[in-house]
Design a binder for this molecule. Structure first.
Ligand code: AMP
Length: 421
């Protein structure tokens, strides 16, 4: 990586402001999964061990405006009362995050009333040597995500005034040019944390200089969300395995009956183009050969396993079938580098999780054989954790959207803004 990291900075006596991605799932104020918090601990502890003047941490926590709107609409539809303040308290306020961080660090962590403003500034100025302060959810301020640069600059300057140096360890938000991720980096010496460095090292090596054979497995609901990844990886991989709901648009593109399976009608031509491109470039693009179908989108639905060209018109494909699992596992076990993004089926329903679990297991087995195996964040990260195999692969990314954009070959603005080595 050509960016400076915390290893390039002497933190002794410095006022440090650090962006983390503590955007953890919260249910009524209870943290459901703290992987992202734990992932930032090495950087936090490294800085604290160097005796900085103080450490200010900031993160977003959900999207208060969008989430509240959605929850309100749902409550209205269900005819239920909606308590907005209570909803925000339980889903977007940092208090439970701060309490949990304090436990993880074994040290007190203070909480500021907001990310910016006079009260927060006074609290920052009053910090004693070595103290840790977490700012309130950065997305409570519209400037954080504003499309207007001057808005973001106003907030970023205020945040920058809290520190002598900016550390960005929020890989999961690195694909967003927000005030606390990108803009602030223009006002202070700005370096990457260890998590950011690790994420970029794994993903960067896979994309730029992978040990071969390099196999990518792409799944998930829609082609539209993964098209750029498929196209970017096509020129780099030895084999591209495609599963999940998107496979049916590829089959439709070949004129096959897909029944009531997920279809993106407006992407059929694109699917055809990708198939032609793979052929022209001699890329080994493997589509499933059989699938598990059901008569309803329901875990309790009747199921059958059929050849891919035998889907009845009123059934739908929910998972890859056993022959496809064999085919995919065989490819994965031959690989020296594996990147996986997107489930092979509707893995949230136990009857349609077999394909996804088998891919997770194959990654674990390939790792044992010496391959570097990388799981993109989001659903694939949940799936590998659900299978209990998250420790059995080389790297599970903490950023779904960010890892996807990186695999698309895009520059992540949060990384680009950091100081070059
Ligand atoms: P994505 O966000 O595009 O990665 O898609 C993830 C979602 O794809 C998961 O919620 C899966 O349930 C869904 N999915 C995977 N396979 C299928 C399928 N055959 N039919 C419908 N949805 C699917």
């Amino acid at each position: 990586m050509n960016k400076k990291t915390v290893a390039d900075i002497d933190f002794k006596g410095k006022r440090v402001i650090m962006r983390v991605d503590f955007n953890v799932p919260l249910k009524n104020g209870v943290i459901q999964d703290d992987v992202r918090m734990r992932a930032a601990l090495p950087t936090i502890n490294y800085i604290l061990n160097q005796k900085p003047k103080y450490l200010v941490l900031m993160s977003h926590l959900g999207d208060p405006k969008k989430d509240t709107q959605k929850a309100k609409e749902k409550a209205e539809k269900d005819g239920k009362p909606f308590d907005e303040a209570k909803f925000i308290e339980g889903k977007h306020k940092m208090k439970p995050v701060v309490e949990h961080l304090s436990q993880l660090l074994g040290k007190p962590v203070k909480l500021a009333p907001a990310a910016i403003g006079v009260e927060t500034k006074a609290m920052v100025d009053g910090l004693k040597d070595g103290e840790i302060l977490m700012l309130e959810n950065t997305r409570f301020h519209k400037e954080e995500t504003s499309k207007v640069e001057a808005d973001r600059e106003r907030m970023a300057k205020e945040l920058a005034s809290y520190g002598d140096v900016f550390v960005n360890d929020a890989f999961g938000t690195a694909h967003r040019a927000h005030a606390s991720t990108e803009t602030i980096a223009h006002y202070l010496p700005a370096v990457a944390g260890f998590l950011m460095e690790k994420e970029l090292a794994y993903l960067g090596k896979a994309v730029e200089n992978p040990a071969k054979p390099f196999v990518a497995i792409i799944g998930g609901a829609k082609i539209s969300g993964k098209i750029d990844v498929i196209q970017n990886l096509m020129g780099k991989v030895d084999a591209l395995l495609i599963g999940g709901g998107m496979m049916f648009t590829f089959y439709k593109a070949q004129g096959m009956e897909i029944g009531k399976s997920l279809l993106e009608q407006d992407k059929v031509d694109l699917a055809k183009k990708i198939l032609d491109e793979a052929k022209a470039k001699n890329v080994k693009l493997l589509l499933p050969i059989d699938c598990v179908i059901s008569d309803k989108f329901d875990n309790a639905a009747a199921t059958k396993t059929v050849n891919i060209n035998a889907i009845p018109s009123d059934w739908m494909g929910m998972d890859i079938g056993p022959e496809t699992i064999k085919l995919f596992v065989n490819e994965i076990l031959k690989a020296k580098t594996v990147v996986w993004n997107g489930p092979m089926g509707v893995f949230e329903m136990s009857n349609f999780a077999k394909g996804t679990t088998a891919v997770a297991q194959a990654l674990a087995d390939a790792t044992k054989k010496g391959a570097t195996t990388i799981v993109g964040g989001g659903d694939s990260a949940s799936a590998i954790a659900q299978a209990g195999l998250d420790k059995a692969v080389s790297h599970v990314s903490t950023g779904g959207g960010a890892s996807l954009e990186f695999l698309e070959g895009k520059t992540l603005p949060g990384v680009a803004a950091l100081n070059d080595k």
